[in-house]
Design a protein around this ligand. Structure first.
Ligand SMILES: Nc1ncnc2c1ncn2[C@@H]1O[C@H](COP(=O)(O)OP(=O)(O)OP(=O)(O)O)[C@@H](O)[C@H]1O
Length: 266
C-alpha cells in the first residue's frame, strides 16, 4: 500500500545533471538507507521523495499514486532539528499535529505529544522547554517525536544524527529502530540518508549506494528477514564485516574516481 516505486528519475540544478536515471523499489515497512559520498545527491533525492522539488523527468509512485508535492503521508526529519526556536517543544509538536488531527482538541493533542515524548525517552518537562534549552540530542529526539506523533506511513530522514556525538548517536539509532520495530502491525517505511556505513548496516533492511557525477545507483544490498544486523554482529560477524569492507571500498573508489575526473578537467 505504501510501497514506493522510483522510475527513471533525472534531476538537474540549472544545467548540471545531479541524478541520472534513478530507479528503485521500496517495499512497505522497509528501512532503507541511502549511502554515498558527500555531494553525490542524497539530500537532493530525499527532497524529491518528500515532494519538496520535482524531477526533470521520471516519477515516484507511492502505491499506485504518483507523488505530487509534500503530503502528510510523508514525514521528514532533517539534520538541523527544524524546530521553531520561538515556540516551546510542546507547541512545536502540537503545531504540526493540528495540521493532521484537525478534529482533536488541544487536550487530546497534548496527550498524544506527551505519549510520543515518552516514547523517544524525553520527560514531560521537555514539553514546556524552548529548543535552546535542550541539548542537540534532545532537540533531535523532539523532532523525531514530532514525526512519529504525526504517524505518517513513510518517514524520510536526512542524516538526522549527523551532528551528534557518538554516544548520543548510538542511543538515537536504537530508539528509532525500536520505534520502527514495535509498530509491527503498521510498520513505517523509513528512508534514511547517511554517509556512515556502520549506521546503514545497523539500521537498514535495504541499502542503496549512490555514485557521483552524476549520481546513479552503484550498489544495492537487501538483508533477508532473519538477517537484521545488531550492534554486536557489526564487528563480530564475518559476513557483515565483509559487506562493511565492500561498501567502504565501493564508496572510496567512487571518491577516487571523482578526484581523478576533476584532475583531468583542470
Ligand atoms: N539549491 C542548490 N542549487 C544548486 N546546486 C545544488 C543545490 N543544492 C545542492 N546542490 C548541488 O547538488 C549536488 C548534490 O547535493 P546534495 O546536497 O544532494 O548532496 P549530498 O549527497 O546530500 O551531500 P552531503 O552528504 O554532503 O550532505 C552537489 O553538487 C551540490 O553542490
Amino acid at each position: 500500500m505504501h510501497d514506493i516505486t522510483v522510475k527513471n528519475i533525472m534531476f538537474s540544478y540549472d544545467k548540471e545533471l545531479i541524478l541520472e536515471n534513478i530507479s528503485m523499489k521500496i517495499d512497505s515497512g522497509d528501512f532503507v538507507c541511502l549511502l554515498g559520498q558527500s555531494g553525490c545527491g542524497k539530500s537532493t533525492f530525499l527532497r524529491l521523495m518528500a515532494g519538496l522539488s520535482e524531477p526533470d523527468s521520471g516519477n515516484i509512485l507511492v502505491g499506485d499514486n504518483e507523488l505530487k508535492g509534500a503530503s502528510l503521508d510523508r514525514g521528514v526529519v532533517f539534520q538541523d532539528y527544524s524546530l521553531f526556536p520561538w515556540l516551546t517543544t510542546g507547541k512545536n509538536i502540537i503545531l504540526s499535529l493540528q495540521q493532521k488531527f484537525k478534529n482533536e482538541s488541544k487536550k487530546e493533542l497534548k496527550k498524544r505529544a506527551l505519549y510520543y515524548l515518552e516514547r523517544v525517552g524525553l520527560d514531560k518537562a521537555t514539553f514546556d522547554k524552548y529548543p535552546n534549552e535542550l541539548s542537540g540530542g534532545m532537540r533531535q529526539r523532539s523532532a523525531i517525536c514530532r514525526s512519529f506523533a504525526l504517524d505518517p506511513p513513510i518517514l524520510l530522514m536526512d542524516e538526522p544524527f549527523g551532528a551528534l556525538d557518538a554516544v548520543t548517536r548510538a542511543k538515537l539509532q536504537d530508539m528509532v529502530l525500536d520505534l520502527w520495530r514495535k509498530d509491527k502491525e503498521n510498520r513505517k517505511t523509513i528512508f534514511f540518508v547517511t554517509h556512515d556505513v556502520d549506521e546503514a548496516l545497523l539500521l537498514s533492511t535495504k541499502i542503496f549506494v549512490f555514485g557521483s557525477s552524476p549520481s546513479k545507483i552503484i550498489y544495492t544490498h537487501s538483508f533477508g528477514d532473519e538477517e537484521k544486523v545488531d550492534r554486536d554482529s557489526l564487528f563480530n560477524n564475518k559476513e557483515i564485516l565483509d559487506l562493511r569492507n565492500k561498501l567502504i571500498h565501493i564508496i572510496n573508489k567512487d571518491i577516487e574516481e571523482k578526484i581523478n575526473l576533476k584532475e583531468i578537467i583542470i
